[in-house]
Design a protein around this ligand. Structure first.
Ligand code: SAM
Length: 219
């Protein structure tokens, strides 16, 4: 996608359902345009998202990834009753405007109780729901149960529990993670396959400084 920054922001502002104008996270050059670059770098065909609100991140994926096939999300509608239906509409409209084939989409309000039996592998999981540590730990556990090649998540650098949950999980599994430091509020990336190539591609994707976080602080 050539120069996605302007296009993505314009597209999000033009979707049928939007948050209050002027919201910093909606307008930031370092959020949705960078999500587009991260999605293009990882190029998943299926994405599971936990925390979708009005669907901006998935709408970004819908226009950034022509080969995207399936999106699923979990959102308990804590921000806005009925937001899952509005998100579905935003994602559909974004996809239509991009001129790509429609996506298979599915959403629910709670992590399914039969998560362990679902066996529904999703190439990428994006975590952006409740940022308290216990909730992020649960979301990460769900991502591993579903099965994925990569987990990313927002607000790593905000006060809350995102960083603690990611560090604890990565230490337990003895795996590394990356942090896109200049992404608005920080984005973590846990590559589960081919981490060296993911790092190399991200470094080329113009998404600012990347910190490599080895398990146990590299000790
Ligand atoms: C920051 S918004 C997500 C923004 C979205 N990813 C985007 O970029 O457009 C967080 C969402 O998480 C949802 N949420 C909060 N707690 C949750 C939970 N325990 N389970 C699922 N969703 C939750 C809220 O309803 C809200 O819609």
């Amino acid at each position: 996608m050539e120069g996605p920054s302007v296009n993505i922001l314009e597209l999000l502002k033009s979707l049928p359902h939007h948050a209050s104008p002027g919201t910093d996270w909606l307008c930031s050059e370092h959020q949705y345009p960078w999500y587009a670059r991260v999605f293009q770098t990882l190029s998943p065909k299926s994405i599971l998202e936990i925390g979708t609100f009005l669907g901006y991140s998935l709408a970004t994926a819908a226009v950034a990834l022509p080969e995207l096939d399936r999106v699923e999300w979990v959102d308990n509608e804590a921000y806005l009753e009925g937001s899952n239906r509005l998100a579905a509409e935003n994602i559909r409209v974004a996809r239509e405007r991009a001129g790509y084939r429609p996506l298979i989409s599915w959403s629910c309000r709670e992590i399914p109780l039969d998560a362990a039996e679902r066996q529904s592998y999703m190439e990428l999981v994006h975590i952006d729901g409740d940022h308290r540590k216990d909730c992020v730990l649960r979301d990460l556990q769900y991502a591993f149960q579903v099965g994925t090649s990569c987990i990313i998540g927002h607000d790593y650098k905000l006060e809350g529990g995102v960083r603690e949950a990611v560090v604890e999980t990565c230490n337990r599994l003895d795996i590394l993670h990356y942090v896109l430091d200049d992404f608005t509020h920080g984005l973590f990336v846990i590559p589960l396959v081919d981490h060296a190539s993911v790092l190399m591609k991200l470094a080329r994707a113009r998404v600012g400084r990347i910190s490599v976080m080895p398990p146990h602080g590299g000790k």
